[in-house]
Design a protein around this ligand. Structure first.
Ligand code: HEM
Length: 414
């Protein structure tokens, strides 16, 4: 059924002068494709003078986003300027975390957590992730409808994070709950939920504080909490900053990996020949994981703020202007990805996608997310599983996290 647009909804026909791509219905109703195709063609650097988040610039082209990210001194990530999302995160919402810092502090803190995602740690985690993924797949009903988001995407992502933190296994769903609250900016602003959210974040910090203290008293080990607790840059961090960075690691890995696992199912349902191709040639699996992450783009944007008056592609950008880098558009940039809408597991340059960002802030957990997807596809193919969508998925209504609330499916086995 065609979506009924309200007069104030943004669409491909909205005059460019008033087009606002932060409109959450573009994403909840899955209407964003022609709108960004138009921006790419007609206004790759676009100014929206009025939105619920104030005025902002939209950058859509792949090359332009790389150019912005390559100059972090001019285009800042710092929460002191409002942070990395289209709403300004100020005051109590602006918990210090290194994704929203500039150099030199960003580099110091990033270097502390990076080793937890190095090749030997990834190989070690891969063993546990495969075991847990296999166990979960073997419990799924065959020929019976269930929600893929809850039963698979959320559960596997939660397990992956629990492995990364060496988090007490029986408590792992706390990670899901904290992440959902922590990442819910709407709930942080809403007077009805603000205090509940705050209490959950306090509980989370207390829980992690206990883990921190325990791991600090033990010799260093490979898990992320131990690495942070024993590090110079993060070991004695003030409470606020510790909370901020823990939220970053819990939230950063959660919605994103979850929605790439759900996006994979939508992509393979729209392009069933691609699942057959993958099953016939599993050597394509690593590339398929990259193509899923490109095609889905689990985070639609990141934001920067200009630290000085500057000029970009002939446009005058003023100090303090908000610049939104639409990864979701760059991943459909035909000059980089021919026939960009098509989901193609053998796409030669799938790895050039922008979903992990670019430059000094490029996602530190990228390898882990790719690994989780690869293992999922390998184990599904081993079991001869095909996942069939049986209804319309419910999509997240926001312009930052791009994904699904639920997705009814049935598993067929051959
Ligand atoms: C940074 C996306 C998985 C932790 C980022 C950025 C993006 C991103 C777009 C910001 C890049 C920038 O500003 O240039 C994704 C996607 C994922 C994913 C699409 C899954 C498909 C993960 C996982 C973890 C993680 C599994 C860890 C558990 C982080 C952290 C940062 C980050 C800590 C901050 C890096 C920095 O500022 O230096 N991610 N992410 N992410 N991500 Fe991910």
């Amino acid at each position: 059924m065609a979506t009924q647009l309200k007069p104030h909804d943004n669409s491909v026909d909205t005059p460019l002068a008033v087009l606002d791509v932060s409109d959450p219905t573009l994403y909840s109703q899955d209407r964003w494709r022609p709108v960004f195709a138009r921006l790419l063609a007609e206004a790759p650097v676009h100014y929206c003078a009025d939105s619920p988040f104030g005025p902002y610039w939209s950058i859509s082209r792949h090359a332009d986003i790389q150019a912005i990210e390559a100059h972090p001194d001019v285009y800042s990530s710092s929460y002191e300027h409002g942070g990395i999302t289209i709403p300004d995160l100020v005051g109590e919402f602006a918990l210090p975390q290194f994704i929203a810092m500039d150099r030199p502090r960003h580099g110091e803190q990033r270097r502390t957590v990076s080793p937890a995602f190095g090749p030997s740690e990834i190989a070690r985690m891969g063993v546990s992730i495969r075991q847990r993924t296999s166990e979960l797949l073997d419990t799924l009903p065959v020929g019976e409808e269930f929600d893929w988001v809850d039963k698979v995407s959320i559960e596997l992502t939660t397990q992956m994070l629990a492995i990364l933190f060496d988090f007490p296994w029986e408590d792992r769903r706390l990670l899901t709950m904290w992440s959902d609250w922590g990442g819910d900016i709407e709930a942080a602003i809403n007077p009805a939920t603000k205090d509940i959210r705050q209490q959950h974040l306090i509980d989370m910090t207390n829980y992690f504080d206990r883990l921190f203290a325990e791991r600090k008293a033990l010799p260093p080990s490979g898990d992320l909490i131990s690495m942070m607790a024993h590090s110079e840059a993060m070991g004695d961090m003030p409470f606020q900053e510790r909370t901020g960075n823990i939220i970053l690691l819990v939230v950063g890995g959660n919605d994103t990996t979850r929605n790439s696992m759900s996006g994979a199912i939508e992509a393979f349902n729209l392009y069933p020949d691609q699942w057959a191709k993958l099953a016939a040639d599993p050597s394509l699996i690593p590339n398929a994981a990259s193509e899923v992450i490109r095609w889905q783009t689990p985070l639609a944007h990141m934001r920067r703020t200009a630290t000085q008056d500057t000029e970009f592609e002939g446009h005058k950008i003023a100090k303090g202007d908000k610049i939104i880098m639409w990864y979701i558009a760059a991943n459909r940039d035909e000059s980089v990805f021919p026939d960009a809408e098509k989901f193609d597991v053998s796409r030669a340059n799938a790895r050039r996608h922008m979903s992990f960002g670019f430059g000094v802030h490029r996602c530190v957990g990228a390898r882990l997310a790719e690994l989780q997807l690869q293992i999922l596809f390998e184990e599904m193919i081993k079991r001869g599983m095909t996942v069939r969508m049986t209804g319309t998925p419910e999509r997240v209504a926001q312009c930052f996290v791009h994904g699904f609330k639920s997705m009814p499916v049935v598993i067929d086995r051959n």
